[in-house]
Design a protein around this ligand. Structure first.
Ligand code: GLA
Length: 386
């Protein structure tokens, strides 16, 4: 069911003595292609979704933030001036955003807040970026005179992940959440920050997510380790090719040259990333010619790479990918950081109903529970609702 302002407002009023504040929202995201390329300075191709976070916020005249998570039914109070911050992870996202906005000179004051979301947690749809972007956008509006640029708001969310949560993520999720635009995907060059909107209106196809409901949490996963492996390979290549700052600049030939100086795992990780940077550009090209078969082919290649080379898949996700392939679905792959969550599927209109039915049946037969099927609707980015 779609989350509404009223769902949040009614709880805010109940929790905080009948008064109302301002309401803000930010979405989760999908990513058509370009996985684990953001922190390698490559390209990504995300879009915001309709599902997201909604938060009501009202200044309370103190230095404390009183935060209520409607979904978790959990209440936390913390001081803006206490460096340690709260323990609960969900509250650390809000705390981190406050502290990072303060570090940018925004005179944040204490506030009461309640929030809820309809992005499935741990599904690889960036519920945490949606939360960070909601508060970064709101604090900029309430205390920053909207002077902080949108890209910096996205970075505030990213720094929150790095410094307060322990996930050394790239910029894709926060970028997509802040910059999303209804009906458009976005190609972002993660090195230069340049981006372009691509209207997403594939004639004859739909994007469908299948959530394996295997929960992932990147902070505790080998996500950070993957990043370090990539950075190490880039450093080794740089010794021979000084122009290589990150894997985005490397070629397969350069990688082969250094194979003897890196581990087997590092070689596989880098092979995937170098291939993926090329695939994003190939997809952009294919989209200009409405060549969805090519887009789908690239998605399957990405899945293979994420599963066998980058090794961030799991049995359930590989199974979902196999079902899609057997049914003749145009494209299918793991979406997001991996280790669980969703596959994203590019499905021809005439196959949609059968795919939804069969993927549920087959998954249920094998794992004893139904996956959740989600129709992708590309929505808007961070905004004030009232
Ligand atoms: C997570 C991270 C992103 C990105 C993806 C993988 O969602 O937050 O920065 O690295 O994984 O593409």
């Amino acid at each position: 069911m779609k989350l509404t302002i009223e769902d949040v407002r009614s709880r805010f009023i109940k929790h905080f003595d009948g008064e109302t504040g301002s309401v803000y929202a930010s979405p989760g995201r999908i990513n058509l292609i370009g996985e684990h390329t953001d922190y390698n300075n490559g390209f990504v191709f995300p879009g915001a979704v309709e599902q997201g976070m909604i938060a009501e916020i009202k200044p309370n005249g103190t230095r404390n933030v009183r935060a209520y998570s409607i979904d978790l039914k959990d209440y936390v109070e913390f001081s803006l001036d206490d460096e340690a911050g709260p323990k609960a992870t969900w509250a650390r996202y809000i705390f981190g955003v406050c502290r990072e906005m303060m570090a940018l000179g925004v005179p944040v004051e204490g506030f009461n807040t309640a929030f809820a979301g309809d992005v499935p947690l741990g599904a690889g749809m960036s519920s945490s970026a949606a939360l960070e972007s909601t508060y970064a956008f709101a604090l900029n509006d309430l205390w920053g005179e909207n002077k902080i640029e949108k890209m910096e708001l996205a970075r505030v969310g990213q720094r929150t992940e790095h410094k307060y949560v322990g996930c050394n993520c790239g910029i894709m999720d926060q970028f997509a959440s802040v910059f999303g635009r209804k009906g458009s995907l976005m190609r972002l060059d993660c090195r230069s920050g340049e981006y372009a909107y691509f209207p997403w209106n594939p004639k004859g196809y739909q994007l469908i997510l299948v959530n394996s409901c295997v929960k992932h949490e990147l902070a505790g996963s080998p996500y950070n380790e993957r990043r370090l492996q990539c950075e190490h390979v880039a450093e080794v290549i740089k010794q021979k090719h000084p122009e290589v700052e990150s894997l985005r600049d490397a070629t397969m030939e350069m990688l082969d040259e250094v194979q003897g100086s890196i581990t087997g795992n590092e070689y596989k990780r880098a092979r995937y990333v170098i291939g993926e940077v090329e695939r994003v550009l190939a997809v952009c090209d294919a989209l200009e010619h409405d060549d969805y078969e090519m887009v789908g082919k690239m998605m399957y290649e990405t899945h293979y790479g994420l599963s066998k080379e980058y090794e961030v898949s799991c049995e359930e996700l590989d199974f979902l990918n196999d079902v899609a392939k057997e049914m003749g679905v145009t494209g299918s792959r793991i979406m997001g950081g991996g280790f669980g969550g969703c596959t994203i599927n590019l499905v021809a209109d005439e196959l949609v109903d059968a795919f939804k039915r069969e993927v549920k049946e087959k998954f249920q037969a094998k794992y004893g529970k139904e996956p959740i099927v989600i129709d992708v609707v590309i929505g808007d980015g961070s905004r004030k609702l009232c």
